[in-house]
Ligand binder design. Structure first.
Ligand code: ATP
Length: 379
């Protein structure tokens, strides 16, 4: 007998039979005359680790607060588990929110911080201690049960806050900049702990973060927002490799942007006119571009090769002069000035120890890239 086959990857958003845990249908939020969320449609699925990413003021927190029940939508419908949330108060939703400040009770021990909410819930008294112990084990703080919050490190306090938010086993946990107070190294370690805990408990997480690397590390999918709208909702690799707009390409990771006009389109490819006398750039065409329209070619610096010799086998090649070199240990970024004045970055992995630089300041170099390395997007 063969076992029923398990899907190889977790991707409920690609399965038309899946029903979402959360759905936003045409949701808008206005504060007076100001539209902060503008007709959003979004499905989030059970067990997802979903990240909201975008510049300050784009509406991330407002979207979370509407899910938690701290704000009402001005228009549209928000459903959790199929139920319309209109008029349902925060404390009647299977949702918990963990704030950046952690909001721990300073006079209570770690264990009592965890027990506090459980004592006010309908959990039988006899089960509370067991649940507290289980949560302490989950976040590996068993040894610290009797300490007060001020006797803990920042990372430990963060774990207490997380354990407390998960104690009542919410279906959905909202995390607003949960790692914002931690230094970079601890933050990176804690990202993996957070993923591990999310997987173990099977809770759906929605996280707000300013840190794009963090979103890319932890999230099953990322929503990139701009001025109250969702610009792209996708997996981290697709957002990085196939951004749907110059805005997303520029927001996530490092990118070169060359502006111009579409010269021709042919199947998956297009060419871009960008500088007098320069050969048009040939690249993948994104949706929404047409002959003659304004467009931009976007390419990640690590996809731009740099060489002293002319790479004659590549259609896309330009000559320039090295203006700056940023040595970052594991990689170097070359800033190359082209004859038309634009500056293009080429990033190279430093696989070998550098004894003598092959390419140095003011060298004349060639930059080149394949036809599939970048994309031509509407601009
Ligand atoms: P940040 O990353 O800085 O936290 P954000 O993306 O979370 O920003 P929101 O807090 O959702 O942004 O705010 C979105 C917009 O709504 C901002 O322009 C903000 O000033 C405005 N706003 C938020 N709450 C209110 C309110 N209660 N009354 C009026 N305007 C508000």
């Amino acid at each position: 007998m063969t076992k029923p086959s398990q899907p190889a990857v977790f991707a409920p958003w690609d399965d038309p039979k899946e029903t979402p845990l959360i759905s936003f249908e045409n949701v808008s939020k206005r504060f007076g005359a100001l539209t902060v969320i503008d007709k959003i449609n979004l499905n989030i699925y059970s067990r997802e680790f979903f990240a909201l990413l975008g510049p300050s003021g784009c509406g991330k927190t407002t979207l979370m607060r509407m899910l938690a029940g701290f704000e009402d939508a001005s228009d549209g419908t928000i459903r959790i588990d199929g139920q319309d949330m209109a008029g349902i108060p925060a404390n009647k939703r299977a949702v918990n929110m963990m704030f950046q400040s952690y909001a721990l009770f300073p006079h209570l021990s770690v264990a009592n911080n965890l027990a506090f909410g459980l004592k006010r819930s309908d959990m039988p008294k006899s089960e509370i201690q067991g649940r507290v112990d289980e949560m302490l084990r989950l976040v590996q703080l068993g040894k610290y049960a009797d300490r007060k919050p001020h006797q803990l490190s920042g990372g430990q306090r963060q774990r207490v806050a997380l354990a407390r938010a998960l104690a009542k086993a919410p279906k959905l946990l909202l995390l607003d900049e949960p790692l914002g107070a931690l230094d970079k190294k601890l933050r990176q370690e804690t990202q993996f702990e957070l993923m591990d805990i999310q997987e173990k408990t099977g809770t759906t997480f929605v996280i707000v973060t300013h840190d794009q690397e963090e979103a890319m590390t932890v999230a099953s999918r990322i929503a990139v927002m701009d001025e109250g709208r969702l610009v792209q909702v996708d997996t981290a690799d697709r957002i990085y490799e196939t951004p749907n707009s110059v805005y997303v390409a520029d927001f996530i990771g490092d990118v070169n942007i060359i502006e111009g006009a579409v010269d021709s389109t042919e199947g998956e490819h297009a060419t871009l006119r960008w500088s007098e006398g320069a050969a048009p750039i040939r690249a993948m065409a994104s949706d929404g571009i047409s002959n003659g329209s304004k467009a931009a070619f976007v390419i990640r610096p690590e996809k731009v090769a740099i060489s002293v010799e002319e790479p004659k086998d590549r259609h896309n090649r330009v000559q320039g002069s090295v203006e700056d070199i940023a040595y970052l240990g594991n990689r170097s970024t070359y800033f190359v000035r082209l004859p038309d004045g634009s500056l293009i970055k080429s990033q190279v992995a430093n696989n070998r120890r550098i004894k003598q630089r092959l390419i140095t300041w003011e060298d004349s170099v060639w930059l080149s890239w394949s036809d599939t390395a970048g994309a031509i997007l509407p601009n």
